[in-house]
Design a protein around this ligand. Structure first.
Ligand code: M6R
Length: 611
């Protein structure tokens, strides 16, 4: 969603802002803009353009045209008002002396706008953000911080703000409430950014703003205040991501690069957590009493992270015999969930900023649950608000379609299931050992699947023209199908559905006709015979069947399915971890053949920070 970058220092600001915004493009946006202070005229120079950031960058010759060392920039993902030059940010006050960039939604903007209009303030855009700029000017009496503080008492909603004022060009004000914003410290000057990738080229020294905090950035440093405007000391941490991790490194698409990075990401995530034949979580523990008293587990997440939870439910229930419920982040608050102090709530999120998931976390905490999150982005909001965090250590994931984050989340949740079972004594020693060695084999087997990617590309070439595709499977394969289907539809725009195979006959089978493509998942050996029956069933109704199975079952499947994708045999626990790789590749190649914008699919954002 919207991206914010701000800089004040000793270098020309506009090129830094534009380069930073280019690093935030992956979040999803439809227009871009910058505002810098022009020392010669004593005014703010604001430039905005609908469409790709490149349009704006070309207009400004990469920023060379704007001679200034202080400014804010923004990529907008439209909520209030269509994508257009006028609705792009920065939004300015009526005099043009205050500029605001904003990520989030001002929920009471209509009421505030009505108030300002009644005072004679003219509005030019349809955005909620313009209200903030106009309101700051309304309250401004020579002290910008005081005016911002008065505004913060009046606005409701979720926001990260960057504020620039022509009367105080030696500062930028930043505000955060329920929207990500980090502060960056360097010899060059001071930075704000929606995420660390935007400023990695300049600094790795960052601090994370807390909800309700206000920061004043100057050339020499950053001062921070809490919601009572009392000064606060921020902890400065060193980020260990490399700038190369956030670049394509010769690959055509981030998504493909990230698919190929999965074996290494899994090694980073899992290897340090298996030591001397035991699962060891140095970064996390649950007391023996809590584990014994635990009556229920909730897994809460959105999108692909939710699909990880769907697999996790099978693993956790099988291994621990504790009932597990998987809930969508966006539904959790409204379902009157049964959570108490004996409930473990596992929150899964790559970005750690998904607003729906965050709201679910807060509801679970309110009800007394113990919150353990599985997160990729270190220091993100969800990580900071959880009782405990397990980081996936997948490195920056830039493509909107998640791949390596999904895989590391899944591997980590599988490992957690095994660890819990060990604590509860519900897993026989022999099985425990077998599962542990399967984890060690996983990266190598993933590499094997990736090395056969040409065959997946071949199948994609056969089927990329289909307009509707069904993914079917049972149990683990059903959960896997959910992810395979989402991956395909989000980047190729092909309508696709995932069904539990047994449900077909309750309605969906009426949609199967000559030439319908069915991706039949039959990796789970225990239910392979059932998977075969479903393949026969859809074949009999004219479907083309592309199957996915393990080496063991390849031959049998080949007799019935039209084409077969194969993964090496591995312990059931890790079948979905291996099975997802061909499905990611299939989605990628299909989207490639259809000429889609793979890394930035239409209407989607990487980090969904609105409800
Ligand atoms: O950052 P999160 O894991 O909380 O994001 C959740 C979903 O928005 C995300 O998984 C989304 O479904 C991806 N685009 C799927 O590829």
């Amino acid at each position: 969603m919207c991206g914010i970058v701000g800089f004040i220092g000793n270098e020309q600001a506009a090129p830094i802002l534009l380069e930073g915004l280019s690093r935030l493009e992956y979040r999803g946006y439809d227009s871009a803009g910058v505002a810098v202070f022009d020392g010669e005229t004593g005014t703010l120079a604001v430039h905005k353009a609908k469409g790709r950031l490149q349009v704006l960058s070309d207009q400004l010759h990469g920023g060379a045209d704007l001679n200034s060392t202080v400014g804010v920039g923004h990529t907008r993902w439209a909520t209030h008002g269509a994508p257009s030059d006028v609705n792009s940010h920065p939004q300015v006050s009526r005099s043009g002396r205050i500029a605001v960039v904003h990520n989030g939604i001002i929920e009471n903007y209509a009421e505030l706008k009505a108030f300002l209009v009644a005072q004679g303030v003219p509005f030019t855009s349809e955005t909620d953000t313009e209200v903030v700029a106009q309101l700051i000017e309304y309250f401004y009496e020579g002290d910008l911080l005081a005016a911002v503080s008065r505004v913060l008492h009046r606005i409701e909603g979720a926001y990260a703000l960057g504020i620039l004022c022509a009367d105080c060009p030696e500062q930028i004000i930043a505000v955060r409430k329920d929207g990500p914003l980090i502060l960056g410290y360097s010899q060059e000057g001071s930075f704000i950014a929606s995420d660390v990738t935007a400023i990695l080229r300049h600094t790795r020294q960052v601090s994370y703003m807390e909800d309700g905090e206000v920061a004043v950035l100057t050339r020499d440093g950053i001062r921070c205040y809490n919601r009572l405007m009392q000064p606060v000391e921020k902890e400065i941490v060193t980020v260990d991501w490399e700038i190369n991790d956030a670049e394509k490194g010769g690959y055509e698409h981030f998504m493909f690069k990230e698919i190929m990075e999965q074996p290494d990401a899994i090694r980073r995530c899992i290897s340090p957590r298996i030591r001397e034949g035991e699962v060891v979580f140095e970064d996390f523990s649950l007391s023996e009493n809590f584990i014994k008293a635990m009556r229920r587990i909730y897994i809460v997440a959105c999108g692909s992270s939710y699909h990880v939870g769907m697999v996790g439910k099978y693993h956790l229930e099988r291994l621990t015999r504790i009932p597990v419920e998987v809930a969508l982040g966006s539904e959790f608050r409204y379902m009157d969930p049964i959570v108490d102090e004996n409930t473990l709530v596992i929150v899964i999120s790559q970005s750690g900023e998904t607003l729906d998931t965050m709201a679910a976390l807060r509801e679970a905490r309110r009800l007394g649950g113990h919150i353990l999150s599985i997160v990729n982005v270190v220091g993100s909001s969800i990580a900071r608000e959880s009782d405990q965090v397990l980081y996936t250590w997948a490195g920056p994931e830039i493509a909107v379609a998640t791949t390596k984050a999904y895989s590391t989340q899944l591997a980590l949740l599988s490992l957690l299931s095994l660890w819990l079972a060990r604590q509860l004594n519900t897993v026989p020693e022999k099985d425990y050992r077998a599962m542990l060695s399967a984890f060690q084999e996983l990266p190598g087997k993933m590499e094997e699947v990736l090395s056969h990617r040409d065959s997946i590309q071949y199948f994609a070439a056969q089927y990329f023209n289909h307009n509707s595709i069904f993914f079917i499977g049972r149990n683990l394969d059903y959960a896997l199908g959910l992810e395979g289907s989402l991956k395909l539809k989000e980047i190729s725009y092909i309508h696709s559905e995932a069904y539990a195979s047994g449900e077909l006959k309750h309605g969906t089978i009426s949609l199967i006709e000559d030439g319908t493509l069915v991706v039949a998942l039959g990796t789970y050996g225990t239910l392979f015979a059932k998977a075969m029956s479903n393949v026969v069933e859809v074949k009999a109704r004219g479907a083309d069947v592309l199957a996915l199975t393990t080496a063991n079952h390849r031959e049998e499947m080949s007799h019935t399915a039209d084409a077969v994708m194969v993964i090496p045999d591995i312990h059931d626990l890790l079948l979905p971890s291996l099975g997802v790789v061909p499905l990611q590749l299939f989605a990628y190649y299909v989207a490639l053949m259809r000429g889609c914008d793979i890394d930035k699919p239409r209407n989607l954002a990487k980090s969904v920070t609105v409800e």
